[in-house]
Design a protein around this ligand. Structure first.
Ligand SMILES: Cc1ncc(C[n+]2csc(CCOP(=O)(O)OP(=O)(O)O)c2C)c(N)n1
Length: 291
């Protein structure tokens, strides 16, 4: 608790702090989610820019998804669960949390440094996360465990889990998907950053995932496909309800570099090298969007 209080002068509550049980705090609402996404990207560029390389492409692709999750009034801080499956997405989580006041913006300056609480790859010590994993594809199983526990506890928590599309190649994802559907875990929402990127290049050059939504439906889920760079559409999809009791998966179709013109199309989006000139160009492009 002390650790969180230090990072966040306003409230110690993270989505995962089970001690904040009394009542469900109001979700954070931020007006303009497109601008929020741009500010998230700017933070990420500054944070990764200190080292000059890192997992920036993921922040560029998932900025609207995180703007929706953190700024769209979906998650009630200290109550609902948030599980970040690909730990290398940590930077976008920190940036979004800071933008909505859950992390002190000053803390972002320590990102990736020795001894920091804001590690470049999230861990069990990472603030504001209920679960994350370095060995990919494990988090969906834990998220399902949270959802089942809430069912037994008869509480109304929702469980959100961010997954990457590379994780669709792993068998654990589909074992978990079957289990969640069997238990009709309708308070579980998985959102996939479908950026078609992974270590070895494009996901669809390594393994064909499509038709991805149909696969989830075949496994018993309610599957929605949205433009992953449309934060309002993402919010609407995660707020949508249905008569059938099924877990929800939202496939957010994104671009690994977030459509930034300043980054060469040939750049390695999975692990972006950001020399000072490129950093300056990206910052200028993002700041122009805010002007
Ligand atoms: C089980 C497992 N296998 C391999 C890795 C190594 N690894 C780290 S990130 C990554 C790419 C995963 O795909 P994705 O998250 O979709 O890529 P991105 O969008 O970040 O480019 C891989 C294979 C891992 N962390 N865990």
């Amino acid at each position: 608790m002390q650790k969180r209080a230090r990072l966040n002068g306003k409230s110690p509550g993270g989505c995962g702090d089970g001690r904040l049980r009394a009542g469900a705090p109001a979700p954070v609402r931020v007006g303009d989610l497109a601008r929020l996404a741009t500010r998230i990207r700017l933070h990420a560029v500054h944070m990764v820019g200190i080292q000059g390389f890192g997992y920036l492409g993921q922040a560029l692709s998932a900025a609207e998804i995180f703007a929706a999750l953190y700024g769209g009034g979906l998650m009630r801080p200290g109550w609902d669960r948030f599980c970040l499956s690909p730990a290398h997405y940590a930077v976008v989580h920190y940036a979004a949390a800071a933008e909505v006041g859950l992390l002190h913006p000053e803390a972002l300056k320590s990102y990736g440094r020795d001894g920091t609480e804001l590690e470049a790859i999230s861990t069990e010590r990472t603030p504001l996360l209920d679960l994350t994993c370095g060995s990919l594809a494990q988090v969906i199983s834990g998220a399902i465990g949270f959802a089942l526990a809430s069912r037994y506890a008869k509480d109304d928590r929702r469980v959100f889990a961010l997954l990457s599309d590379g994780e669709m190649e792993e068998g654990q994802t589909w074992e978990a998907a079957m289990f969640a559907a069997h238990h009709a875990l309708d308070r579980l929402a998985v959102v996939i950053d479908a950026n078609n990127s992974q270590v070895d290049g494009q996901v669809n050059s390594v393994t064909t995932l499509e038709p991805l939504a149909d696969k989830w439906r075949a496994f018993g889920w309610r599957a929605l496909e949205v433009d992953g760079h449309d934060a309002d559409a993402l919010v609407a999809s995660m707020q949508s309800t249905a008569s059938e009791r099924k877990p929800l998966v939202v496939i957010g179709r994104t671009q690994i570099l977030g459509g930034l013109k300043s980054v060469p199309a040939t750049a390695d989006g999975h692990f972006l090298k950001l020399d000072p000139a490129l950093k300056a160009a990206v910052i200028a492009e993002l700041e122009a969007r805010l002007a």
